[in-house]
Design a protein around this ligand. Structure first.
Ligand SMILES: CC(C)(COP(=O)(O)OP(=O)(O)OC[C@H]1O[C@@H](n2cnc3c(N)ncnc32)[C@H](O)[C@@H]1OP(=O)(O)O)[C@@H](O)C(=O)NCCC(=O)NCCS
Length: 193
C-alpha cells in the first residue's frame, strides 16, 4: 500500500503500474473508491458487475504492478463512433499524481484504436478538478442537463471532444501523451491494450 504521506511526495512511475480490464474480484476495492468519490447516489456493486457484461462497455482497473492494489478505475461505452465516458476515479490519497490523466489517455487511446470520433461525458457543474482534466484533453462544454444529479439536484455539464480522429486532435494528443510519458517515466504495462 502506498501510504498517504508517501503518495504526495513520491513520483509514481509507470513501472509501478498496470492497467487492465476490470475483473469481478476488483469490485470490492472499486466500491471503496466509489463510495468516497461520488456521494450518496454512487453506483452499486451490482452496477459494476452488470457493466462488466455490457457488450458496449469497457472497464479498466489501474493497479500497482507488484501488489495488485487497486489505485483507480475507469469505464466507457463504445456507441457507433462515440466513446461515452461513464466513470473515472482515483483513490483519494493518490490524486494529483497524473493517474486520472493516465486513465483518460488510455480511454482515448482505446477509442482511437476503435475508430471512434467523439468523446462525450457528463460531469457535475461543481467538479472543477475533473473538468480541468477534460479541458486539458480538448473537451468543451456543449450543454447542460439541469438537476441531473438526484442527491443535490446539481446540473450536469455535457462535454465533448472535437473529432479525435482529426490531424489537429491527434497532434495535440501526441504532445500530451509524450508529456505524460516523461512525467511517469514511461507508460504502464497494459496501456493501450
Ligand atoms: C477527477 C480525477 C479522476 C482526477 O484524477 P487525478 O489523478 O487526481 O488527476 P491528475 O493528477 O491526473 O490531473 C490531471 C489534470 O486534471 C486537472 N486537475 C486534477 N486535479 C486538479 C486540482 N486539484 N485542481 C485543478 N485541476 C486539477 C488538471 O488539469 C491536471 O493537469 P495538470 O497536472 O497538468 O495540472 C480525481 O480527482 C477523482 O477521482 N475525483 C473523484 C471522482 C470524479 O470526480 N470523477 C470524475 C467524474 S466526471
Amino acid at each position: 500500500m502506498i501510504s498517504t504521506s508517501e503518495s504526495k511526495q513520491a513520483k509514481l512511475q509507470a513501472v509501478q503500474l498496470e492497467i487492465r480490464r476490470m475483473r469481478a474480484q476488483d469490485v470490492p476495492a472499486v466500491m471503496e473508491i466509489e463510495a468516497v468519490s461520488f456521494g450518496r447516489h454512487h453506483w452499486s456493486d451490482e452496477s459494476f458487475y452488470n457493466e462488466m457484461n455490457n457488450h458496449v462497455g469497457r472497464y479498466y482497473s489501474l493497479v500497482r504492478s507488484d501488489t495488485s492494489e487497486l489505485l483507480g478505475y475507469c469505464g466507457f461505452w463504445l456507441i457507433v463512433d462515440e466513446a461515452h465516458i461513464t466513470t473515472i476515479a482515483v483513490r483519494p490519497e493518490l490524486r494529483g499524481n497524473a493517474l486520472g490523466e493516465l486513465m483518460l489517455l488510455h480511454i482515448l487511446d482505446r477509442s482511437m484504436a476503435n475508430s471512434i470520433h467523439w468523446g462525450t461525458l457528463e460531469v457535475r457543474a461543481s467538479n472543477y478538478n475533473a473538468q480541468n482534466l477534460y479541458y486539458k484533453y480538448g473537451f468543451s462544454t456543449v450543454g447542460v442537463r439541469p438537476r441531473y444529479y438526484q442527491d443535490n439536484q446539481e446540473d450536469a455539464l455535457i462535454m465533448t471532444t472535437s473529432d479525435i480522429g482529426s490531424d489537429a486532435y491527434r497532434a495535440s494528443y501526441k504532445n500530451l501523451k509524450q508529456s505524460l510519458q516523461t512525467r511517469l517515466d514511461g507508460l504502464p504495462k497494459g496501456f493501450g491494450t
